[in-house]
Write a protein that binds this ligand. Structure first.
Ligand code: MG
Ligand code: MG
Length: 266
């Protein structure tokens, strides 16, 4: 069942979403070659708690961390570790927060130092596909319109592959609500979108084949062909004439510009 939000609820989700974006900006400031995920996870948790909120993922379904950090061939759900980040790594960092009972959810892929051209292209295409999907989050459209926009751009136009096993989702008082928002599908199919429905749109795009598996840590989702994967995510409100993005990459990209170890792609 889809839960359409009141304007007041949307404002609460916006506050949570802005905190999530501020958290990812704080992470962006502290990413460095030679650094590691455990340090970033600690500071993200502290940042969220200092703002009167709770990490959304920690404890949910048994998740042990505040951030999910998926490096290179990891697609999503990577657990932070002490392994050092190295030049050429791409880090897909996903986090959520719950503030005043409402969730926000966002992810950003960071590029460390010089990355190769094909990886750069994958990052650019995934980033753009997120916004192409968001353009379709309009009252009267269907979920499949979002899905199709992402799939068409990534697979048909750019020959990358959309992961099938993991999808975007509604959110509000729970992190995961209806509807599911796949990154593949047909125009004009699926649940009808209504004004004030809030959804997380999150393309997970593989450089090679679309297949994935869960690693032995029982969390990290990895590409079967071990080629890189990229993930970007916004929390979005469906609007009458246009969607409204409740999270923001602006504070994150401001930090990236000032961080010599992270390369701005978009
Ligand atoms: Mg997320
Ligand atoms: Mg999500």
């Amino acid at each position: 069942m889809m839960i359409i939000k009141t304007d007041e609820e949307v404002e609460l989700i916006r506050k949570s979403s802005m905190l999530v974006s501020a958290t990812l900006a704080e992470v962006a400031k502290n990413i460095k070659i030679g650094g590691n995920g455990l340090k970033l996870d600690r500071l993200a948790e502290e940042f969220i708690r200092d703002h009167g909120a709770l990490p959304a993922f920690k404890g949910l379904y048994g998740c042990p961390s505040t951030l999910l950090i998926s490096v290179n061939e990891a697609v999503v759900h990577g657990l932070p570790t002490a392994k050092e980040f190295t030049e050429g790594d791409i880090l897909s960092i996903d986090t959520g927060a719950v503030l005043n009972g409402y969730y926000g959810d966002s992810a950003y892929t960071f590029c460390l130092g010089e990355i190769n051209d094909k990886v750069r292209k994958l990052v650019e295409v995934t980033y753009k596909s997120l916004y192409l999907g968001i353009e379709k989050a309009i009252h009267g459209n269907r979920v499949g319109d979002i899905s199709h926009a992402i799939q068409n751009y990534c697979e048909v136009e750019n020959k990358f592959a959309c992961v099938r096993e993991l999808v975007g989702h509604g959110l509000g008082k729970s992190l995961h609500e209806d509807p599911q928002v796949p990154n593949y599908g047909k125009k004009g199919t699926g649940p009808k979108l209504e004004k004030n429905l809030v959804i997380a749109i999150e393309p997970m795009i593989n450089m090679g084949k679309r297949g994935v598996f869960t690693a032995s840590d029982k969390w990290t989702v990895v590409t079967q062909d071990r080629l890189p994967s990229v993930h970007f995510e916004h929390t979005v409100k469906v609007g009458m004439d246009q969607a409204e993005i409740l999270t923001s990459f602006e504070p994150i990209e401001k930090e990236i510009k000032m961080n010599k170890d992270v390369v701005q792609i978009n």
